[in-house]
Design a protein around this ligand. Structure first.
Ligand code: F6R
Length: 237
C-alpha cells in the first residue's frame, strides 16, 4: 500500500478528495464505494467544497444495520443521505444501500448483482474499526465473503453507541459487503485517525494477512492508498 501520513483530518480529506476528483474527471459516472462513520467526514466536506459535478456518480454503501425502522436517523441510508448525497449533490436514485428492499435473506445476493450490473466499484472509501473490521467484517470473516448478514461484535456496538441513546439501542446485526466484495473494487482508499486505530491500522498494513484482522485483506489488493494521521500511524514500523 501507499501510505500517506497527514497532519490533520482536513488534510486527509483533501488527499482523498483529490483521488475522487481525478477519477470523476476521467469518468463522470464513476462508481464510488461509500463508508459511513466519522472517518470520511472530511473527505465529504473537501469534495463538497470543490466545483465538481458529481450528479452522474453512482454509489454503493458498504453496509447497513438490520432492524432499524425505515427513516431512523442513524440508519446508514439516513446517514448517507444527510452526509454524502445531499452535500455532494449526488443523485439519490444512483446511490444504493444494502437490504433496502426485500427480505434480508436475499439482500446480499441482490446487492452483489447490483454492484456487478454497475460495472463494479471503481474507488472504495474504507474506515477501519478498532476490532480491525473493514465494512462490518468482524474478525473471523472469510476473505472470500460477499455481501451478507453479520453479527456486530460487542466492541463495535460500544464504539458506535455514541450515535445512539444507549448501547442496547445499537443494532446487533448488519448487512455488509464482504471482504471478497471489497477486494473487487478497483482502488481501495483506507483512512484512519487517532490512537484508538493505531494497532488495527498497523495490523492491516504491516501485520500477517489473517482473518483475525479483516483489514489485513487490503494487503491482497494491488491498488491501495492508506491515509492516516500521526496518531493512527504511530504503530507502523
Ligand atoms: C462504516 C464501516 C465501518 C467504519 C469503521 C470506522 O460504513 O463500514 O467499517 O468505517 O467502523 O468507523 P469510524 O469512522 O466512525 O471510526
Amino acid at each position: 500500500a501507499e501510505v500517506v501520513i497527514v497532519d490533520s483530518k482536513e488534510a486527509a480529506g483533501e488527499v482523498s478528495a483529490d483521488l475522487i476528483e481525478a477519477l470523476v474527471r476521467r469518468t463522470p459516472d464513476a462508481v464510488l464505494g461509500l463508508a459511513t462513520g466519522s472517518t470520511p467526514l472530511t473527505t465529504w466536506s473537501a469534495l463538497a467544497a470543490r466545483a465538481l459535478d458529481l450528479s452522474a456518480v453512482r454509489g454503493f454503501a458498504l453496509d447497513e444495520y438490520v432492524g432499524l425502522p425505515a427513516g431512523h436517523p442513524e440508519s446508514y441510508r439516513s446517514v448517507i443521505t444527510r452526509e454524502v448525497v445531499e452535500p455532494l449533490g449526488l443523485t439519490p436514485s444512483l446511490v444504493q444501500v444494502p437490504a433496502e428492499s426485500g427480505p434480508v435473506e436475499t439482500a446480499g445476493a441482490d446487492y452483489e448483482r447490483a454492484i456487478v450490473a454497475a460495472g463494479g466499484v471503481d474507488l472504495q472509501i474504507l474506515g477501519i474499526g478498532s476490532t480491525g473490521h473493514i465494512g462490518f467484517n468482524e474478525p473471523g470473516s472469510s476473505f472470500a465473503s460477499l455481501t451478507r448478514v453479520k453479527t456486530l461484535t460487542q466492541q463495535t456496538r460500544l464504539d458506535n453507541a455514541r450515535f445512539f441513546d444507549s448501547t442496547e439501542l445499537v443494532p446487533t446485526h448488519c448487512v455488509t459487503q464482504g471482504l471478497g466484495t471489497i477486494q473487487r473494487a478497483g482502488h481501495l482508499v483506507l483512512i484512519a485517525f487517532g490512537e484508538a486505530k493505531a494497532a488495527a491500522l498497523a495490523g492491516a498494513v504491516e501485520g500477517p494477512v489473517t482473518a483475525s484482522l479483516p483489514g489485513s485483506a487490503i494487503q491482497l489488493h494491488s491498488t491501495v492508498t492508506v491515509i492516516v494521521d500521526e496518531a493512527a500511524a504511530s504503530e507502523l514500523k
